[in-house]
Design a protein around this ligand. Structure first.
Ligand code: PMP
Length: 397
């Protein structure tokens, strides 16, 4: 009998190598208990969380929790069905209407995760005669969407509208549709897309533009609608995809658009059709989190003040931190051993960040992905910076 896992021999060796050089498995961290939005109990110790996507701290929103409890009492814990069968409750429709209103678009589809929103929207929009143009640093869900659909895939250089322009110029005789996909804020580096320039390029070539604002919703723009709002080019973004699992603190995803065709996607998008819909209590807590996000715009201000403090602090320590201020800050290290040691030492010192290793990193260098929340105090960020200073001295000298 052929060993079905034989193909993973390389992975097995790499994983064993990692754990041999690390007192703990970097991909097996357990948060025993979230004490608050910013503190988690890890290995029995209160640890500062500096590596989440909980930008506004709403995963611990009391109002969202109460809404979930109330709803679960009246509607039960799950729908047991697909959105196109028995899995659409009034609440699903209410959330879709609410998101459409928030984004000022006519249509909204809610999916069970953000991953599925990309998978379901992109794979259905770009069919076999179409061309999908993806930023080279796209999230896995966008790459996976390109495999689920049948469109030809062309990658352009990360955050480079001129490169996109060049590639679209070569396609001027192509008969099918062209769909450009970019992200608002990139999850690993905190890089922000030059959305207005991308919008100009897509208009010039008669292409469609889809922006995944997963990390920028609730974070950027006067009303928190993301990079397109901040850059004043929302009318030129044809589809916005996003998730509830970051600034809203729950789970689920969506796609909004003014194009009526989006409604047709409900009948052909496999990740929408062939999976159970979101449980009602998740919808209720997401609606409550949206209320809170809109009622407390000061959270976005504080988030950026905190991002500035962390970014400047890391630069002052002489670390290779992202050049721009963004709630996500990547600290790049030279090699995996160094990154592993640094990450472990930070955790020993009571600070959790995300460890990202190649090939999952943009430029083949390992990085420590840090993210701030609006609800981090200045003292907590100072504490994190002190831990970085100590780990740097011990590991990098
Ligand atoms: N898009 C981007 C850019 C992401 O970073 C992520 C998650 N990290 C997703 C989509 C998927 O969202 P979710 O985790 O809510 O499924």
């Amino acid at each position: 009998m052929t060993d079905i896992f034989a193909k993973y021999a390389g992975l097995k060796a790499a994983a064993a190598g990692l754990t041999a050089h690390s007192p703990r498995n970097p991909f097996g961290v357990v948060i025993d208990h979230p004490v608050s939005a910013t503190i988690g109990l890890i290995e029995g110790r209160e640890t500062l969380l500096l590596g989440t996507n909980n930008y506004l701290g709403l995963s611990q929103s009391k109002a969202a929790a109460e809404a979930a409890i109330e709803t679960v009492r009246h509607e039960g814990v799950g729908t047991t069905g697909s959105r196109i069968a028995n899995g659409t409750y009034a609440l699903h429709r209410k959330l879709e209407a609410r998101l459409a209103e928030v984004f000022r678009r006519r249509h909204c589809m809610v999916f069970s995760t953000g991953y599925q929103a990309n998978l379901g929207a992109i794979s259905a929009l770009a069919g076999k005669d179409d061309i999908l143009l993806l930023d080279a640093d796209s999230h896995a869900s966008i790459y996976d969407a390109s495999r689920l659909g049948y469109a030809q895939v062309i990658r352009f250089r990360h955050n480079d509208p001129a490169d996109l322009d060049k590639r679209l110029s070569r396609l001027k005789d192509h008969q099918g549709a062209k769909l450009v996909v970019v992200e608002g804020i990139y999850s690993m580096t905190g890089n922000v897309a030059p959305m207005r320039e991308f919008a100009e390029v897509k208009k010039k070539h008669g292409a469609y533009l889809l922006a995944d604002e997963a990390h920028s919703f609730g974070v950027l723009g006067e009303n928190g609608r993301g990079v397109a709002e901040r850059d004043g080019c929302e009318d030129d973004v044809d589809f916005v995809v996003g998730t509830f699992s970051k600034s809203l603190g729950t789970v689920g995803g969506y796609c909004v658009s003014n194009l009526d065709g989006l409604e047709l996607i409900r009948l052909c998008s496999r990740p929408y059709m062939f999976t159970a819909s979101l449980p009602p209590e998740i919808i209720a807590s997401t609606l409550a989190a949206l209320d809170e996000m809109q009622a407390r715009p000061e959270l976005r201000k504080q988030l950026y003040a905190n991002a500035e403090q962390l970014n400047h602090g890391l630069h002052a320590l002489g670390l290779k931190a992202s050049p721009h201020v963004s709630p996500v800050v990547a600290v790049t290290l030279d090699n995996v051993e160094q990154a592993l040691a640094f990450w472990n030492r930070l955790l020993d010192l009571g600070v959790y960040v995300n460890l990202s290793l190649p090939p999952a990193t943009p430029d083949e260098h390992p990085l420590l992905r840090c993210s701030v929340m609006a609800v981090h105090s200045a003292q907590e960020i100072d504490r994190a910076l002190a831990a970085f200073a100590q780990a740097k001295q011990e590991i990098l000298g």
